[in-house]
Structures are given as structure tokens and as C-alpha cells.
Design a protein around this ligand. Sequence first.
Ligand code: SF4
Length: 289
Amino acid sequence: MQNTVLSLSDSLSLTCSRSGTCCHGNLVRLNPWELMRLARAKGMSSKAFRDKYTRESGSVLHFNGLPNHTGKSSCGLYEDGRGCSVHPARPLACRLFPLGRQIQNGTAEYIHEGAEFPCLKECPEVLGLPKLTVEEYLVGQEAALFEQAQDTYLEIMQNLADISFELLLDTGLSESGDTETLTSWRKLGVMDAAALAKEIPDEWLDALMVPELEEPTGEVVGFIEAHDELLNKKIQEVVTGLTTFDSIRETAKWMMAVALFLAHAIGADAKGLSEHWIDIAKSHGAKES
Ligand code: SF4
């Protein structure tokens, strides 16, 4: 389906009719900071929240609650008669809905699915409510901090992929004639988050989605900086222990799985990214069977 790209000054029926329709039958992805915030809002540890309210190892909210009149199940955090039970901590996807956000050439674009504004179908009453510009809507939803978190995790995803590149290109693995690594990256690129999770050591999945940080501040910058530091420390431990091409190849594979898993969690195009990264590796002499 073709998306419609919006400008910040576009005026739309973005005022919510509070029917709760968008909390049913949707896909809500979570980055690790959002997962932590939701867990705190529920008074739970991140691990306990992940196990109860998410699927795909913490990257997607469970929609396993009661169905609405159209038969679509509600988000597990939705309460009949009350609405969202974690409203102040709701993730970016919920703040933006029905808009989406994509990064094109380093710039954020806001979009909605299809040619017609999505809310008009399920909540036609929004037509009678005051219109807002996209910019006004984003301010009202307090989306800025959540966008900052999303963009910082995009950088961390790239850093994780860079480790795979270094293992392939800077250790002599590629020059040894290896073709398996790029073949494995291509296979990983078409996997969903659940399949990718099976390729990643459990300890790393936990470190990525439910990190135990020594100074667990809830602020976006403090949390993500501490998380990045933890991941870098773990990377150094892993890389230092690699002595054979087999171990380097295996690590380059699952480290790419970690990067692509995070791509899914932040709603990036994992398949497109893997193809892009394979092309870059090939331009540096790596080969694929
Ligand atoms: S987190 Fe809250 S706003 Fe988002 S889908 Fe779940 S119930 Fe709805």
C-alpha cells in the first residue's frame, strides 16, 4: 500500500475521539528504553514486563486482551472502561498513531498508510473534532523524547552492525576466502524478530532488551548512554576471546542478528538494511557464495 508523506503544517483530523479503536489489533514495537518505562509504569522489572506483556523477546507488545466489536483483540495494557493503563509511559508508536515516522536521508518524515487518512474509517466522528497540524499533534503527544530514544537506538543498531563488519573485514576472515558470512547476513535479513532471537545468545538478548544497568536512570539520555556502555563492554569481552576464523565467523553472524533484531524493535527496514550492508561489504572485497 502506498503511504502518504505529510508536512508538519498539514492540518488533519488528528484529535482523538477516544474510542480506543487504535488499541485493538495493532502492531506496537518497543525499543529497550520504552520497555523499561512501561515496566516501571506497571511497577515491574523489565524482565517480568517482557515476559507478561510482550512477544518476540520484548520487541512487540502483546495484543492478547479482550476483543472489541470488530473482533480485534486489545493491547494487553488496555483496560475496558479505562483505556490505556500506562498512558503517560505509552511508547512512540502509540503517540504517533495513526502517523508513522521514517528516516529518509537523515531526515524524519511523517506518513500515514494509504491515500485516505486512516482514522476516518474506524472513527468517522473525528471529522467533527477540531483539526490539528502534524506539528501541533506531535507537541501534544510529547513525542520528542521518544523520537530521541528511537534515533539513538538507530545509531546503536549501526554500531552493532559495524562490529560485524570489522570481524569480517579487519580480521583476515574475508581475505581468507570466506563466503559464509555474507550468505548468513542475507538469510538473517529476511527473518522476523522471533526467528532472529533464536540466533542470538540469551545473555545478549537480555542485555539488548532488558539490560541490568548499574545506575538505572529513567531519563532517556542517561539510560541509553549506560545501555550503550554496557553493550560496548560486552562486545569487548566477546571480541577479545576470538582466536579462530570459525569463532569470528560465528560471532559476525550473531552480532548481525543482534543489529537486525534491534532494527525490528525500532521499526526499521531490516531486509533493506541487510541488503545495503551486504553491498557495502562486497564493495570492500567480501564475497558471497
Ligand atoms: S500501550 Fe496503551 S496506547 Fe499503546 S496500544 Fe497499548 S493500551 Fe493502547
